[in-house]
Design a protein around this ligand. Structure first.
Ligand code: PAF
Length: 278
């Protein structure tokens, strides 16, 4: 595996692959890799001839400076995992390559960005969409792979690609879970042992709400029962636990179309998000 940090070198490498007729895929990440990321790598390898993984802890998508400072940075370990998995190129640019002095552009996807995470993390999705657009343009990959764990992010990226006619096909890959159901996430490492034991209660409450709604319980009642269960389990706050249309994420009072249950809740200072299909 080659590690590249400059756009010119990356483009040269990708141009060579394309000249040979290779299909190129990209797995964008912020590092601190876990099995969930590696499942994206496997999906990319199954669908492409050459795979680029990117690692860039994107400062523009952190609304909280402490969160950015505390975000785990484990590039040597990540690179070893990617190399062992057979990734062709790791693109890990320094900040000034992504945001050179004078950088002044923001990519902002209206509508689907504004609620849920968008409401609780102002600027987060603008920063995310900006860096994802840049990573698509820098890598020139024809396919890109993202986890369904960040369901809202995935819908925003799909909208971004449609709106800007970006020549990349987006594949969403299923959330990987720990044996007790907790969605895999880099932030999980920041939970204490006691918090880690409580964390699966979020999914338990979401699954109970989904099953109650499927069984005919009114959505509002099922959701407020689930929020109460999450708090009773020991979470400090539930930012949202909502039923939304699966694609545009519009609020749903009845499950009359493909729907997703999405939640964000804080446990001991760590914000966990999750989502399931209804
Ligand atoms: O999901 C992530 O890890 C990040 O939001 C992404 C897509 C790599 C952009 O920084």
């Amino acid at each position: 595996m080659r590690t590249l940090r400059e756009v010119t070198a990356l483009r040269g490498c990708v141009a060579g692959w394309k000249a040979e007729g290779r299909r190129v895929g990209v797995v964008p990440t912020m590092g601190a890799l876990h099995a969930g990321h590696m499942s994206l790598v496997s999906a990319a390898q199954a669908g492409c001839d050459r795979v680029i993984a990117t690692i860039f802890v994107n400062p523009r998508q952190f609304d909280d400076p402490a969160d950015l400072a505390n975000y785990p940075r484990t590039e040597a370990r990540d690179a070893a995992m990617l190399g062992a998995a057979g990734v062709d190129v790791l693109f890990a640019p320094p900040s000034e390559v992504v945001y050179p002095p004078g950088f002044a552009t923001t990519v902002s996807v209206a509508g689907v960005s504004r609620e849920l995470e968008g409401a609780f993390r102002p600027g987060h999705f603008d920063g995310m969409a900006t860096v994802v657009a840049k990573l698509f343009l820098m890598t020139g990959a024809e396919r890109a792979f993202f986890g369904e764990k960040d369901w809202q992010q995935l819908q925003i990226i799909r909208q971004l690609v449609r709106d800007l006619d970006l020549p990349v096909t987006i594949t969403g890959c299923p959330t990987l879970r720990e044996p007790d159901g907790l969605a895999m996430a880099s932030r999980n490492t920041r939970l204490s042992a006691a918090e880690r034991a409580v964390a699966p209660a979020l999914l338990v409450a979401m699954e109970a709400a989904a099953s109650a709604i499927r069984g005919g319980m009114p959505v509002a009642g099922a959701l407020s029962r689930a929020r109460a269960a999450v708090l009773a389990a020991g979470f400090a706050e539930v930012d949202y636990l909502d039923l939304r249309g699966a694609e545009r994420l519009e609020p749903l009072a009845t499950p009359d179309r493909p729907a997703r249950l999405l939640a964000a809740a804080t446990l001991g200072g760590v914000r966990l998000i999750d989502n399931i299909a209804l």
